[in-house]
Design a binder for this molecule. Structure first.
Ligand SMILES: C[S@@+](CC[C@H](N)C(=O)[O-])C[C@H]1O[C@@H](n2cnc3c(N)ncnc32)[C@H](O)[C@@H]1O
Ligand code: SF4
Length: 358
């Protein structure tokens, strides 16, 4: 049963140097028109009842309050649903946060990335460190008691001490949840060009591994549960919406370039406004590509995403039992009752472990 919705908002104040998410600069009129089309896109799907709503981007906090409200009013949202919005520092103030809380947003995911001015500048972020902290504190004052923060590590030139300094600062703020991602050098970004020209350099693998191990140890020591490869939380504060992805559950994805998973079909929406709007004008779902999953695909996927949930893991069946036993023998998986979960050794090479299921 579909009970989660992802809504993509493809607008940002500026393009960060490392980011290849689908987002563009825009003005208020363009954003309004886009929301008009989101609402029309919703008409092309059944009216599901949602217990998780996720506004991702891009920078959803750039939307005008009325536009967020128009979307929320259109959705059938269950009581006690988790309704998350990704927020960038500099796009919200106390008044807007209070109003967002009032119209039903009850969880924020704030893009901090770093507290170090040097790295914020290298990353091309629009905010300074103080503004990141201020956004968090303002959100608290506005009544948000479920806040996630995003941090990045393994930034060009960054050392282990700098990563831990950033992390400790974040932990001092006591967010309910945080995500921490090692930098991915995405083709087509400013970073990638600088890498090719030798202006920036990648962190060595051993140093990145040391950073990750120390991040885990530090966060756990300070009371955070490492429940997914890149995600940590206080007890009971796992991200409900994102956990659906890792449990391979179905969800509706709407908006430019959004992905979704409905009735065994994984789909991705049109990535150009012209095609996206055109399709909706013709009353067709604006899908660019889709794939119907076979039972085998679904089974495979169960392992690839399931092992990401570090405390839960996967209960294998069929031919995958042998793969799990072999990985257990080599120290990459361990058994808890009938389920297998990643060991620390397996976690450090998670992608290679997951590859064994493909
Ligand atoms: C979809 S982005 C949107 C969040 C929000 N717009 C912001 O930047 O604050 C979600 C997160 O992905 C992470 N991210 C984006 N590009 C990345 C990259 N190239 N490597 C690693 N993490 C990345 C950042 O931590 C970011 O906060
Ligand atoms: S990292 Fe966030 S703010 Fe920066 S360009 Fe990407 S989506 Fe926009």
């Amino acid at each position: 049963m579909v009970d989660g919705i992802y809504i993509h908002i493809p607008f940002c104040l500026n393009k960060c140097n490392y980011c290849d998410f689908l987002s563009f600069k825009s003005n208020g009129e363009e954003r309004k028109k886009y929301v008009d089309y989101l609402l029309k896109e919703l008409d092309l799907y059944p009216n599901y009842r949602y217990n998780t709503v996720y506004f991702g981007g891009g920078t959803p906090s750039l939307l005008d309050l009325e536009d967020v409200e128009r979307i929320l009013k259109r959705l059938d949202i269950a009581e006690n649903a988790e309704v998350t919005m990704e927020v960038n520092p500099k796009t919200v103030d106390f008044d807007k946060l209070c109003k967002l809380r009032k119209i039903g947003i009850n969880r924020l995911s704030i893009g901090i990335q770093s507290f170090d001015e040097k790295y914020l500048k290298i990353l091309g972020r629009m905010h300074i460190s103080e503004e990141g902290i201020e956004t968090f504190e303002t959100a608290r004052r506005a009544g948000f008691d479920n806040i996630s923060l995003d941090l990045m590590f393994s930034l060009p030139g960054q050392n282990v001490e700098e990563v831990l300094k950033d992390l400790n600062k974040l932990l001092d703020m006591k967010p309910e949840h945080f995500s921490i991602y090692s930098l991915i050098w995405e083709e087509g970004t400013v970073f990638f060009e600088k890498l090719k020209k030798g202006i920036l350099r990648e962190t060595e693998n051993e140093i990145e591994a040391e950073m990750f191990e120390k991040i885990i140890d530090t966060a756990e020591k300070r009371g955070y549960l490492h429940y997914e490869i890149s995600n940590f939380c206080l007890e009971g504060k796992e991200a409900v919406h994102n956990t659906k992805y890792w449990e391979n559950k179905e969800y509706l994805g709407i908006g430019l370039g959004a992905s979704g998973y409905l009735e065994n079909i994984r789909y991705k929406n049109q990535m150009k406004f012209l095609e996206y709007y055109g399709s909706i004008d013709s009353k067709l779902r604006p899908i660019l590509e889709s794939e119907t999953l076979t039972l085998e695909d679904i089974e495979e996927y169960k392992y690839i995403v399931g092992f990401r949930l570090l405390k839960r893991g996967v209960k294998p069946t069929g031919k995958y039992i042998d793969t799990c036993l072999s990985l257990e023998k080599r120290g990459y998986l361990k058994r808890e009752d009938e389920r297998f979960i990643l060991t620390r050794k397996g976690l450090m090479v998670a992608n290679d472990v997951l590859d064994e299921f493909v």
